[in-house]
Design a protein around this ligand. Sequence first.
Ligand SMILES: NC(=O)c1ccc[n+]([C@@H]2O[C@H](COP(=O)([O-])OP(=O)(O)OC[C@H]3O[C@@H](n4cnc5c(N)ncnc54)[C@H](O)[C@@H]3O)[C@@H](O)[C@H]2O)c1
Length: 422
Amino acid sequence: MTTSIRGDVKDISLAARGKDRIEWAAKDMPVLRLIRERFAKDLPLKGVRMSGCLHITTETANLAITLQAGGADLVLCASNPLSTQDDAAAALVSEYGIPTFAIKGEDEQTYYRHINAALDHKPNLTMDDGCDLVTTLHTTRTELIPAIIGGMEETTTGVIRLKSMEKNGVLRFPVLAVNDSDTKHMFDNRYGTGQSSIDAIIRSTNILLAGRTMVVFGYGWCGRGVASRAHGMGANVIVTEIDPTRALEALMDGYRVLPSIEAAALGDIFITVTGNVNVIDRCHLELMKDGVLLANSGHFNDEINIPELEKLATSKRRVRDFVDEYTYADGRQIHLLAEGRLVNLSAAEGHPASVMDMSFANQALGAEYMLSHANKLQPRVYTLPAELDKEIARLKLHAMGVRIDTLTPEQEQYLNSWESGT
Ligand SMILES: NC(=O)c1ccc[n+]([C@@H]2O[C@H](COP(=O)([O-])OP(=O)(O)OC[C@H]3O[C@@H](n4cnc5c(N)ncnc54)[C@H](O)[C@@H]3O)[C@@H](O)[C@H]2O)c1
């Protein structure tokens, strides 16, 4: 481990490989590239101190380079102990001069030490993925709050936590819920999590999905993506839900919908994407068949009740990278992937750059928006304006070489009128 004042990364000699991969990701991030070019000219973030708690991936590196081009003075730390790409972290430090505190596999103590190191930067703007930075600020680092203008939050779970802070009157600065932009959750959560979670399950096990029964817990944006990609590879998908509308949607999308306790005995592969706790609990674990795979792609590692799995097992061993085999007293073996941490970022590379292009365009434009509107915002959770969201979609379509229609004056007038009917 190399520790320096420029951050804390696993091995700085990985930087050259990290730079190659960061440049590879950049090829598929055309919207962010356009923003970077404008930022480099206009310097909208000049002199602004930023602390970002994000998954340290090659795509995040491209966001960081964009913010740096806009004049930001930026420090990064990991938003999950297992999601860091050590080569990207090394490159951020040594190739791009962005202090980064992140080591794949770091323990919880190191994880929070890194968050605190990022906060020692005394930020004016925060970026979070899961709200651990903002909650640390509001609990143990409150002295830093007066300097903060606002923040951005990347994921559903973080937005839920922020809304709870807002509701309880404890949130002390405005935060933009980047996740709530259409160009974020409709693409990143659905197609990004869909593809990369399946990728991670296959990379870590080399399992054939065709003909297997896959149980997807939660049919939100992530669940829809995971179910459709698994179905596309020939799995028989069962969905579990607690929301009647989402359950109905899953049913009409062609999946079997069952109570989780019934699905527990049928599945070969289980994946949780609910943002909720103990969705796979002891009662489910007791019913599972020999040889099943368990994975989580929700934000925190509490969707599968791992302490109960540990109690049920008489032995545990690591059988492949990111695969732990738990053996019950009756001989059944249950395989937990990536220690129950979000599987796509732990056992694979996370979302493809093409979707992160839109998510991080929202982060970059969000930072600019927050700075220019700070005096009008209250300590609440906001979404990005719809025009910025649409502009990101427009730029993405343009980059993909796809053209669409525009309204004719007659159509525009028609849509704005009420007089004409049957
Ligand atoms: N792995 C990743 O890279 C990645 C990417 C984006 C979001 N996330 C995370 O994934 C989680 C889901 O995000 P989303 O955007 O799909 O949220 P969402 O709110 O759209 O969907 C969650 C769904 O889970 C359902 N649910 C809640 N409790 C349940 C239970 N006990 N059993 C069955 N279903 C239940 C809800 O009714 C809802 O339909 C969040 O934690 C989010 O932060 C992960």
